[in-house]
Design a binder for this molecule. Structure first.
Ligand code: ADP
Length: 317
C-alpha cells in the first residue's frame, strides 16, 4: 500500500475513533520491573494533554510506546486510530517527537539539520527546503540559519527541536520535558509557541516536572506514579478535588501539633511546614491567628499542592 493511501486510510479511521491516542491496560515491563502497569487513557484530537509524575513514574516509557520506539509488553495502544503493533511506520509519519535531550548533528548548521531530518520522511528536497525555512521562521531563528548548533543558546536549541519535530506536519506533537533547565523567559516563550500550535489544531502530549507549565498548557492531565495512574482530569478539577481553593502555609512550626480535625479542612505536614487546604479563605482565617508567631502564607491552591499530596514519598518528613 502506498504512503498516500495509507494516510487516507488512517484519516478515515480517525473519524471513526475520534481519539488521537487510546491506551487500554497498557503495560511495559523491564524484567521484574513494571515501568508501566496497566494504564488506560484517551487523548482527544486537538487537546494539550499532560503526563506528570515523579522521576521513574513511567512517563517517558509511555511516550516511547506511543511514538513506536518501545514495544508494549501487554495491553492495546492506538495512535491516530492505528495499532502501534501493526502500523508503526504510518504512526511515525503522523507524530513529531521532541525528546528530553537535544540530539542534533553538531557538525551541521541549523538549516542542514532540518534538511537531513526531512530525509527520514522522504520529503522531496524543494518541499523540505520550503518547510525548513518556514519552521526556522516559526522558531524565530532566521538570523541563525547558517549557524552551527553549538553556537545556539539553550532556548534556541529547544525551539529548533520543536521546529524539527514539525517537519513532517504531524497530527500529534510529543514533548518529553520540553523546558527542563531553561530560564523563565525562555520557558515563557516556548509556552507561547506551544499555545500557537495548539491553536492551529495540533494535538500535544507533554511530560513535565513544572506544575505551572502543566497548569497553564494542559487541557487535561494524568498524574502517574510507579507505572500507575493516580488521578486524571483538568488542572482545575484536580486542584479543587485534592487541594480545594485556598492553601495556608505555616512555616517553621517545629514542635507544634498539626490541626488535623478541622471540618472541611485538609491538614498536612511537610517537614517543619504545615499546610491547610479549604474551599474558602474564611475557613482558614482562624488558623492565621494560631500561627501568628510563624511565617504564614495564604494563597490559592495550585497543581503543585496536588502533586505533592498525591505523590508523597515522605522524603521531607
Ligand atoms: P519517567 O519518565 O517518569 O522518569 P521512565 O519511563 O523513564 O520514567 O522510567 C520508568 C521506570 O522504568 C524506571 O524505574 C526506569 O529505571 C525504568 N526503565 C526505563 N527504561 C528502561 C530500560 N530501557 N531498561 C530498564 N529499565 C528501564
Amino acid at each position: 500500500m502506498s504512503g498516500k493511501s495509507k494516510n487516507l486510510d488512517a484519516m478515515e479511521k480517525n473519524l471513526e475513533t475520534s481519539f488521537a491516542i487510546e491506551a487500554e491496560n497498557l503495560q511495559k515491563s523491564y524484567g521484574e520491573l513494571r515501568a508501566v502497569d496497566g494504564v488506560s487513557f484517551d487523548v482527544r484530537y486537538g487537546e494539550a494533554f499532560g503526563l506528570l509524575g515523579p522521576n521513574g513514574a513511567g512517563k517517558s516509557t509511555m511516550m516511547r510506546m506511543i511514538y513506536c520506539r518501545t514495544p508494549l509488553t501487554a495491553g492495546s495502544l492506538r495512535v491516530v486510530g492505528l495499532d502501534v503493533t501493526k502500523d508503526p511506520r504510518a504512526i511515525k509519519a503522523r507524530v513529531g517527537v521532541v525528546p528530553q535531550e537535544n540530539n542534533f548533528d553538531p557538525d551541521l548548521n541549523v538549516r542542514d539539520n532540518l534538511l537531513v531530518y526531512a530525509r527520514y520522511f522522504r520529503i522531496p528536497r524543494p518541499d523540505a527546503e520550503q518547510r525548513a525555512d518556514e519552521l526556522i521562521a516559526f522558531a524565530g531563528l532566521q538570523d541563525k540559519r547558517h549557524v552551527r548548533i553549538d553556537e545556539l543558546s539553550g532556548g534556541m536549541k529547544r525551539r529548533l527541536m520543536i521546529a524539527r519535530a514539525l517537519l513532517n506536519d504531524p497530527t500529534i506533537l510529543i514533548l518529553d520535558e520540553p523546558t527542563t533547565g531553561l530560564d523563565p523567559h525562555v520557558r515563557y516563550a516556548l509556552w507561547e509557541k506551544l499555545r500557537e500550535l495548539r491553536g492551529k489544531g495540533l494535538t500535544i502530549l507533554l511530560s513535565t516536572h513544572y506544575m505551572d507549565e502543566a497548569e497553564k498548557l494542559c487541557d487535561r492531565l494524568l498524574i502517574v506514579d510507579q507505572g500507575k495512574i493516580l488521578v486524571r482530569g483538568t488542572p482545575r478539577q484536580l486542584i479543587e478535588e485534592h487541594a480545594r481553593h485556598f492553601a495556608l502555609e505555616a512555616r517553621g512550626c517545629n514542635g507544634r501539633p498539626l490541626h488535623d480535625h478541622i471540618p472541611h479542612v485538609i491538614a498536612e505536614r511537610r517537614g517543619s511546614t504545615h499546610f491547610y487546604f479549604a474551599a474558602s479563605s474564611e475557613e482558614l482565617a482562624p488558623l492565621l491567628h494560631h500561627y501568628e508567631d510563624c511565617e504564614t502564607y495564604l494563597r490559592p491552591s495550585n497543581l503543585e499542592d496536588v502533586f505533592l499530596r498525591l505523590t508523597d514519598r515522605n522524603s521531607l518528613t
